[in-house]
Design a protein around this ligand. Sequence first.
Ligand code: PEP
Length: 263
Amino acid sequence: MEKQKKLYLGTNTKMYKTIAQTQKFLTRLREETEDISREKLELFVIPSYTALYHARQCVQPHEIRLGAQNMGWEDTGQFSGEISPLMIRETGADLVMIGHSERRHVLLETDEMERKKVACALRHNLTPLLCVGETEEEKRLGLSDERLRTQLKAGLYGLAPEEAAKLWIAYEPVWAIGVGGTPASKEYAEEKHGVIRRCVEELFGKETGRKIPLLYGGSVHGENAPELIQRENIDGLFIGRAAWQAESFASIIRTVLPLWIRR
Ligand code: PEP
């Protein structure tokens, strides 16, 4: 299979870092990674909404791309508490995470809501990072592949191949994420990335499907990152806790980037 041009490595800081903490983290991450060429690395950070504008002031887009953790699906309107794509663009961010497990399972977002957000992000030239993943129960019942295919077919419904080519997808099994999560084994993660790859190829054609970066997320850390990144269908890692200290994140980047280049 044709190799992705870049390795995708990023983190979502959830509801943890304040503006000052985000700036400190980004400044440190930039310093820790400034000697690493971005030719083969797409490094991104997804801070809280309130920190986005300030985050953009301390790092350049070619050093670290910035994204929002969520987005409303209308440009303006009677949607108190929502943030529109225009507002995200105004901060300087050009990426938006859609359908994170916490949005789906804690805040009860549906596949249809994610579909509207993906379409809206693309209309505004924001790169959507659509997160998909099965629950523990779905895994136990042998429904994982169906769940992934449903989330993809519903969430990406109606997109043209040229729009789909701008997407990123993260496979984040719900049982693997966060405190108490169990990371997927490299074999399991690769198998599910294969299911996702085949589904996007089916939806948008082989050429486009092959190009969509598929990132694995869920309890990635310094020890399992190297083996995950060497699997054929894993184009990047979406890391939570293990990346929230700039030094640990930089150390993961330094370990996996050469392995991925040699893959
Ligand atoms: C996440 O919340 O998307 C995530 C991957 O977190 P962690 O790496 O901490 O499991």
